[in-house]
Write a protein that binds this ligand. Structure first.
Ligand code: WQD
Length: 332
C-alpha cells in the first residue's frame, strides 16, 4: 500500500517513514525542506535498504499536490508538514495560520478529488492548554495559548467538520506529548534550526559543549521538585503509533493521545541524562517561561485498547539515544 507522508524528512516524519518501510509500505514524501535536510533521504535508505519517492514541493501550492496524486497511487496520507516553533508562532502568527491551515486545506481538497479518504494527522498535547487534572484524557476541554497550538486545534476542527460533511473519510488525530530520542543507528534525530526551544535538543548541545549552560525555566511549580513535568515519549514509539493508526480496523473519526502516561520533571530528565551518559550538565534556574504549564502527561488507555499502542522505551533509552545522535553527527 502506497502512503503519502507530508513532512517526511522531518524529525518525527523520518522516523515514521523508516517504520513504514520496515512494515513493507511503499512511501511517497512531500517535503519543502524548510525545517529538514535532504540528506535524511540517504539516511532512510541506509537504515532500511529501501528507496522512497521524494517530491520537494510546498503544500501551499495545490497544483503540486495534484501532480503527486496524478503520478502516484496514494491510498493513505500521514500529515506531518507544518511550522511548529511555539515562540516563532507568537512573533509571526499570520505566517503560521497561512502556512499550516492553507497547506492542510489544499491537501484535504486534493484527497477528496482523488477519492483518497484515509488520513492520520499529527496533532499535539498543546491543544489541552492548562489541564484541569492529570492524567489528560482525549475528552478533556481544549484550549490553546499560542498560534502554533491554535493551528493544531483549528485543523482538528477542520477534520471534524470534514468528517461530518462526508463520513467516508477515515480520520485519525494523534495528539503527541513530548517526543524525544533518536533512531538507534544514530543516523536520524532531532536537529532544529538555530538555538533549540525544546529541552532535550538543548541538553545534548550543553553535553557536547556547543551551548554553555542549560537554563531551567522555573523551579517553583507545584511538582515533585518544582520544575516542569512532561510526558516524554521516544520518537521510535511515537513513529510506531502512526503505523498502528494506519492498521486500525476502526474507521470514522478517532482521536488518540500518544505518550507514555508517565510524568518526568526537568530535573529528573537532566539527572537521568547525566547518569546514563556520564556527562555533567551545567545548569541554572531562571524564571518561568511564559505559556508553560506546570505539569502535563497523558492517559493512553484508548490508544492501548484500540491501537494496541505499547511504548517500549524509557527515559534512559531516550537520553542515551539523544546523546548518541549528537555524538555521531558532529555538525549538530
Ligand atoms: C519541556 C520542559 C520547559 C527548554 C512544546 C510544544 C509541543 C511540542 C513539544 C511541537 C518545560 C522546560 C525547556 C529549556 C527548560 N512541540 N525547558 N529549559 O513546551 O512541553 O512542548 O514542545 O509539536 O507542542 O508545546 O516542550 O521541550 O520546550 O519544554 O527548562 O531550555 O522543559 O519549561 O517544562 P513543551 P519543551
Amino acid at each position: 500500500m502506497k502512503v503519502l507522508v507530508t513532512g517526511g524528512l522531518g524529525y518525527i516524519g523520518s522516523h515514521t517513514v523508516v517504520d513504514l518501510l520496515n512494515e513493507n509500505y511503499e512511501v511517497v514524501i512531500i517535503d519543502n525542506l524548510v525545517n529538514s535536510k535532504i540528506d535524511v533521504l540517504d539516511k532512510i535508505k541506509k537504515i532500511t535498504g529501501k528507496d522512497v519517492t521524494f517530491y520537494e514541493y510546498d503544500l501551499c501550492e495545490k497544483e503540486k499536490i495534484e501532480d503527486v496524486f496524478k503520478k502516484e497511487d496514494i491510498k493513505a496520507v500521514i500529515h506531518f508538514a507544518g511550522l511548529k516553533a511555539v515562540g516563532e508562532s507568537v512573533l509571526k502568527p499570520l505566517m503560521y495560520y497561512k502556512n499550516n491551515l492553507m497547506s492542510t486545506i489544499n491537501l484535504l481538497e486534493v484527497m477528496k478529488d482523488f477519492n483518497v479518504k484515509k488520513i492520520v494527522f499529527s496533532s499535539s498535547a498543546t491543544v489541552y492548554g492548562e489541564p484541569k487534572s492529570l492524567p489528560i484524557y482525549e475528552d478533556f476541554p481544549l484550549s490553546t495559548t499560542n498560534p502554533y497550538g491554535s493551528t493544531k486545534l483549528m485543523i482538528e476542527n477542520i477534520l471534524e467538520d470534514l468528517y461530518k460533511s462526508d463520513n467516508s473519510f477515515d480520520i485519525t488525530i494523534l495528539r503527541y506529548f513530548n517526543p524525544i530520542g533518536s533512531h538507534k543507528s544514530g543516523l536520524l534525530g532531532e536537529n532544529p534550526n538555530g538555538i533549540p526551544n525544546n529541552l532535550m535538543p538543548y541538553i545534548v548541545r550543553v553535553a557536547t559543549g556547543k551551548l554553555k549552560i542549560l537554563s531551567i525555566f522555573g523551579n517553583d511549580y507545584d511538582t515533585v521538585d518544582g520544575t516542569g513535568v512532561r510526558d516524554y515519549i521516544h520518537v521510535l514509539d511515537l513513529a510506531h503509533g502512526h503505523v498502528l493508526a494506519l492498521k486500525n480496523p476502526k474507521t470514522g473519526l478517532k482521536i488518540y493521545n500518544l505518550g507514555t502516561g508517565l510524568g518526568t520533571s526537568v530535573l529528573e530528565l537532566v539527572t537521568t541524562f547525566e547518569k546514563v551518559t556520564g556527562v555533567k550538565i551545567n545548569k541554572q534556574f531562571v524564571e518561568r517561561r511564559k505559556g508553560d504549564v506546570a505539569a502535563c502527561y497523558a492517559a493512553i488507555n484508548k490508544a492501548k485498547e484500540e491501537l494496541g499502542f505499547a511504548p517500549k522505551y524509557n527515559i534512559s533509552d531516550m537520553c542515551q539515544d539523544s546523546y548518541n545522535y549528537v555524538k555521531k553527527n558532529k555538525d549538530i
